[in-house]
Design a protein around this ligand. Structure first.
Ligand code: SAH
Length: 272
């Protein structure tokens, strides 16, 4: 049993409205041995209904940490998996809950944390929120009704994490993603973000990216780098390279004019 995987998983609920769903999520987590719950800007209060639906998993509610942005909840995570019932305009790496369990198992080594992100009951995750994730997990459903209750979706993902934790190495069908003895830890979401901001600045500095007409360039580059799951050393090499390019065109090294885009708002959500 790979306890480390279960200890590394963080369930992130974005803007959840109903206290009962937070309680039911805690119960789902508890049954599968997962204890780390983050609530991003929750509308739901931890009230009597939440406690009652948690059944005997109140400790998870007590320890849940509330944060104001998704960025904060995933800052220290080396793998971020978003869940959505809908396909999107710019396709994101799509996987099944089972594949997500296998990838999480390969990533959850050392200190590396894995976030599983769940959206609002009414409108799910915005495109911008999904773009902060390495991959998009879709729970296969009947095509005419694809939307599960959020706590039930959490139950399924937590179950898959447990199955992956229980599987012996021989059971794991796919080749090791990186090999077990990788020399550097995977970059966290925060480190990858800082690199992307630096890349954006360098692209502006050399005139490749027009800040007044950025189109989807940075979204597509984010997707490319997230797909590669770079390690910390690779991120540092890239940042050194961007700095040299900036120096070559007579600009200061680092980020000097571009800004981190503001946290996406619920109103940015894409319609069905
Ligand atoms: N009407 C919403 C559905 C939200 S369901 C929408 O348009 O997206 C609440 C959350 O449960 C989703 O954001 C997602 O995190 C999870 N969820 C529900 N059904 C899912 C499915 N089939 N696959 C993956 N996640 C799902």
């Amino acid at each position: 049993m790979n306890e480390q995987l279960l200890d590394s998983v963080r369930i992130v609920m974005v803007n959840t409205t109903h206290p009962g769903n937070v309680g039911a999520a805690a119960r789902a987590m508890r049954t599968m041995g997962i204890g780390d719950l983050a609530l991003v800007d929750p509308v739901a209060k931890i009230d009597a209904e939440a406690v009652s639906r948690a059944s005997r998993a109140e400790d998870i509610l007590e320890r849940a940490h509330c944060v104001s942005t998704l960025e904060e909840a995933i800052q220290d995570c080396a793998l971020v998996i978003g869940t959505s019932a809908r396909s999107r305009h710019i396709p994101w790496p799509l996987m099944t809950p089972r594949q997500a369990g296998q990838l999480a198992k390969k990533t959850a080594v050392g200190e590396s944390k894995v976030a599983l992100v769940f959206g609002r009951e009414s409108s799910g995750l915005t495109n911008e929120e999904l773009h902060l994730c390495h991959a998009h997990v879709h729970i296969p459903t009947e095509a005419s009704y694809s939307s599960l209750n959020v706590a039930q979706a959490i139950q399924i993902l937590c179950y898959e994490m447990r199955l992956a934790a229980l599987a012996t190495d021989e059971d794991d069908s796919e080749q090791e993603f990186r090999g077990v003895a990788w020399d550097h830890p995977p970059a966290t979401h925060g480190e990858l973000n800082a690199m992307l901001l630096h890349l954006e600045q360098a692209l502006v500095d050399i005139g490749f990216l027009d800040p007044n007409n950025p189109k989807q360039l940075m979204t597509r580059l984010r997707r490319l780098f997230q797909r590669a799951l770079p390690d910390r050393m690779e991120i540092n090499i890239l940042r050194g390279f961007f700095g040299s390019v900036q120096q070559r065109v007579g600009k200061p090294k680092g980020v000097h004019s571009v800004k981190q885009s503001p946290e996406p708002q619920a109103s940015d959500k894409e319609e069905f």
